[in-house]
Design a protein. Structure first.
Length: 165
């Protein structure tokens, strides 16, 4: 085969491969990126990489006090093996919610700083729970205030303040 014929065959093969049928296109809009909290009841637990929500699949929860009790118990064994833990340590408390406001009344002082993962667990879990219990309320909008007995109120806090830290 001559050098010209070989070069011609390579050129034809290159053209054939270049025209494989895929046409260039411009940018295709797909709307806004996903944001905010997902749906359904979740408990938030602490980890080395920040807070992580764990779906609450096996229990029906009808009030905010029950959610805090479940949070204090800690994560299920599988999540514990993945490094999740609960930093929430409360004595007596009463939790009330109305619309986008949740208040945790504590029987004693609050041992954490208010800007820590334990507080984040409490805030994010209660925000999620309030939005599930009151479907007209978005979890992103819920503000949680901690009111220790005899101390200054902490908050109001939103879950977004504690995520991705």
């Amino acid at each position: 085969m001559s050098l010209r014929r070989g070069a011609a065959l390579v050129g034809i093969a290159g053209l054939a491969l270049a025209g494989c049928g895929v046409q260039p296109s411009g940018v295709v809009g797909a709307g806004e990126p996903a944001s905010g909290l997902t749906r359904g009841m979740r408990l938030y637990f602490a980890s080395d990489s920040g807070l992580r929500g764990v779906p609450l699949l096996d229990r029906q929860v009808n009030d905010l006090n029950t959610v805090v009790k479940l949070l204090a118990v800690g994560p299920p064994p599988a999540e514990q093996r993945d490094g999740l833990t609960s930093l929430v340590q409360l004595g007596g408390y009463t939790v009330t919610g109305a619309g986008a406001r949740v208040t945790v009344r504590l029987d004693g002082p609050y041992a954490l700083s208010g800007r820590d993962q334990g507080t984040g667990q409490l805030v994010c879990t209660l925000a999620r729970a309030q939005s599930v219990l009151d479907p007209n309320t978005r979890a992103d909008d819920v503000q949680v205030t901690l009111r220790p007995d005899g101390g200054a109120a902490l908050g109001p806090y939103r879950c977004a303040e504690f995520l991705n830290r």
